[in-house]
Design a protein around this ligand. Structure first.
Ligand code: C2O
Ligand code: CU
Ligand code: CU
Length: 458
């Protein structure tokens, strides 16, 4: 399956994408229908049934929205379990955020929910359920959401990679994607690594062209260590937002992409006959995740001629006036399992924020971890006192990394800060979006065994 077929697999995205050849989208926002349903697909071990997607025979499509233009997405639930949809990284109104019991009631079997919002930022984002999150995400319901910008530079091609694992048995059937042992440590890794549900797929790209590669780490647990071989390039955006602060990764200094995070790379394709490979350089060895094959007569385009990506208008925090909130991420194993109502529970609890394990999405009368006043600046001091990594994600707001006690970090804008073992990071934000914003580790087994909560902007 090449990139074009991948898009064709997502009929909903294609019909909307096609309308964008003109200015049609500016006048009328077409509704995108996402029908959450079971799917079957060959992940490389024969056909796997019982996957979850928005089409019956392919991964969830790449959704293409436009910055500052209204989008309407109707999520219809054709499963026998509840669900919701969350738009990871988008700074949109709270009631469109898709968090069960906090911003909406879970979508029941046979029901639908109309999401309507105007993305304020361009870049690479993604969508996933926030109810029955563990099962539905592990079984495939993660999709990439691209917000296009009318000022985006013209690339010769764009390739979108959704990185995630599947947990399969010998016959290609679905295995349980979580374990008590994994939840208590770094999460349960799958045994089939995929890009767009394919093992090490090959995508064609114009020889000598400049390619935009958008990558999202949507696995429930795996932390990717990425580098490209066979081509020059540069990192042009992290977590949706343009940056030039992140160095081009190498095998020895790969780009760490934790669950929830995204990277955009601009790649200079070589001549025909050469191979370009995206690799995951795990400590235990390297493996190829995807191939880019240069095709055709060389375009002879140069990376240095590529204009910078447009910047999003992000709220610069006033550090001199910022109040500090402290969050401690740690191990508190004595608690009850989460009460998630219709949204599923792992059945055990290990983790906590500020020593308090999240009692569950559906537990009544649980207050916020912190309250922030609309328009004010805050520093969040994020302390990981555990031996495991935690990609800490905040909904609805964007924050800037300030410093770490363990390493030099670039002062990039993000929605997901990856905390290493025993790391303390300070990040800053302006509380400019009203509502209750989920705040949790994006290793889903951690989130669902206590490492979760929410912040209120009032
Ligand atoms: Cu990407 Cu609360 O999630
Ligand atoms: Cu999110
Ligand atoms: Cu975690």
């Amino acid at each position: 399956m090449d990139r074009r077929e991948f898009f064709l697999g997502g009929a909903a995205a294609l019909s909307v994408g096609a309308a964008w050849g003109t200015n049609a989208f500016a006048q009328q926002a077409a509704a995108i229908n996402l029908n959450v349903q079971n799917a079957s697909f060959d992940l490389g071990k024969g056909i796997t049934h019982g996957l979850v997607s928005t089409v019956s025979n392919a991964p969830p499509p790449v959704l293409r929205l436009r910055k500052n233009q209204l989008a309407k997405l109707r999520v219809s639930n054709q499963l026998s379990d509840y669900t919701t949809m969350h738009w990871h990284g988008l700074r949109i109104p709270n009631k469109m955020d898709g968090v069960p019991y906090l911003t909406q009631f879970p979508i029941g079997p046979g029901s639908s929910f109309d999401y309507e919002f105007t993305p304020p930022d361009s870049g690479t984002y993604w969508y996933h359920p926030h109810c029955q999150t563990m099962e539905q995400m592990a079984h495939g319901l993660t999709g990439i959401l691209v917000v296009e910008d009318e000022n985006d530079p013209q690339f010769d091609a764009e390739i979108v990679l959704n990185l995630k694992d599947f947990h399969l048995d010998k016959n290609g059937g679905l295995d349980t994607p979580y374990t008590k042992r994994g939840a208590a440590r770094g999460g349960t890794m799958g045994n089939v690594m995929t890009s767009n549900w394919l093992q090490n797929p090959t995508y064609d790209a114009p020889a000598g062209g400049i390619v935009r590669l958008r990558i999202a780490a949507t696995d429930t647990a795996r932390i990717y260590r990425l580098a490209l071989s066979g081509a020059k390039g540069k990192v042009v955006a992290i977590d949706g937002h343009a940056t030039d602060l992140v160095p081009w990764p190498t095998k020895d200094a790969p780009l760490i992409l934790a669950p929830g995070q995204r990277v955009d790379m601009a790649i200079q394709m070589p001549e025909e006959g050469r191979a370009v490979t995206l690799n995951h350089h795990a400590l235990s060895g390297s493996r190829a995740l995807a191939q880019l094959r240069p095709v055709g007569q060389s375009l002879k385009h140069q990376l240095r001629d590529l204009p910078a990506l447009p910047r999003n208008q992000l709220p610069e925090p006033d550090l001199s006036a910022a109040e500090t909130h402290e969050f401690l991420f740690g191990w508190t194993p004595e608690a009850d399992p989460q009460n998630n109502g219709w949204c599923g529970s792992l059945g055990y609890s290990f983790w906590s924020i500020n020593k308090t394990p999240w009692p569950g999405d559906a537990e009544p009368n649980v207050g916020p971890l912190a309250e922030m006043k609309l328009g004010k600046s805050y520093i969040l001091r994020l302390r990981n006192e555990s031996p495991n990594d935690h990609p800490i994600h905040l909904h609805g707001l964007v924050f800037k990394l300030l410093r770490s006690n363990k390493r030099e970090i670039p002062q990039i804008w993000t929605d997901t800060a990856h905390l290493l073992k025993d790391e303390t990071m300070e990040v800053a934000l302006v509380a400019d979006n009203l509502g209750d914003w989920a705040f949790h580790c994006h290793v889903i087994e951690h989130q669902k065994s206590g490492l979760a909560g929410y912040l209120s902007v009032v």
